[in-house]
Design a protein around this ligand. Structure first.
Ligand SMILES: [Zn+2]
Length: 273
């Protein structure tokens, strides 16, 4: 799919940018980890605009992990945009660069990295890569250690990863690598699981938490379509169906569903409205 012109993208981004500015102004009086609780849902985590007269308000560091470029965007793109709009720092950490080592002459890796970079720009996030190979994920002691060091260096407050019951081995690998790092880091960051390409990849997923992405859905769509080499017409249509269903479940137009690990700290999801 290649019909998404840069011109349209720029216009859409401009509109989104203006919306974000007004949204930030509206939120500027909110307090970080404030007192707002909505029917058993996590606290609002909102960061105000930096004020020259006050010490800088604490920002959350959010790491959204995925087996491949595109997974975090499809599973959590609307939530990522909400975090970014609240002034938090978001990193999209991909297990690999979507490269093909067995067909180096047709290696799509550079294209996939460029697409991920563009998607992160749209969502106001930073791309990072964990150094594994597409389709050949390794989970062993050495890789547990390597990934632990990588994640620890990011000092995350919140981490999202694949639900472990998933038909793609790279997704399962990422889920296990994150889980082991979480244990080794003393279960200190909030740990949430997300769903992507349900049925084909994620299986048996029943959310415990929802984030309303009705406002950020258009930006999520742009971020997904930035992965133009990955059949976004097909996969975005599927993910949008899921978002609409999660919206029905949680009482909004579109939502992203998450499962919080039962032993995870309970905070930090942008509140369902
Ligand atoms: Zn994937």
């Amino acid at each position: 799919m290649s019909g998404h012109s840069a011109h349209i993208l720029a216009e859409d981004l401009h509109d989104e940018h203006m919306k974000r500015i007004s949204r930030r102004n509206m939120l500027s009086q909110a307090s970080w980890l404030g007192t707002t609780v909505a029917v058993g849902l996590p606290l609002v985590a909102s960061a105000a605009e930096p004020s020259p007269n006050k010490t800088t308000k604490p920002r959350l560091k959010i790491v959204v992990t995925g087996g491949h470029p595109g997974d975090p965007e499809y599973g959590c793109g609307g939530t990522i945009a909400r975090y970014a709009d609240l002034g938090h720092e978001v990193v999209l950490l991909y297990l690999n660069k979507g490269e093909w080592t067995d067909k180096p002459s047709r290696d799509p890796g550079p294209i996939r990295v460029a697409e991920a970079t563009k998607a992160c720009e749209i969502l106001n996030a930073r791309p990072a890569f964990a150094g594994q190979i597409d389709g050949k994920a390794v989970v062993d002691q050495a890789h547990y250690e390597q990934f632990h060091r990588l994640l620890e260096a990011e000092k995350p407050g919140v981490v999202f990863t694949h639900w472990p019951i998933d038909n793609h081995a790279d997704h399962r690998a990422m889920s296990l690598l994150v889980y082991e790092a979480w244990l080794r880091m003393g279960r200190k960051f909030a740990l949430y699981y997300y769903e992507v390409s349900n049925g084909e990849d994620t299986v048996q997923f029943t959310p415990t938490h929802y984030v309303d992405i009705s406002d950020t859905g258009p930006r999520k769509r742009l971020a997904c379509y930035a992965h133009a080499s990955q059949a976004p017409d097909k996969f975005y249509a599927l993910q949008e169906m899921v978002a609409r269903m999660r919206g029905i479940e949680s009482g909004c137009k579109q939502a992203e569903g998450y499962i919080r690990h039962v032993q995870s700290p309970d905070f930090a999801l942008p509140m369902v409205s």
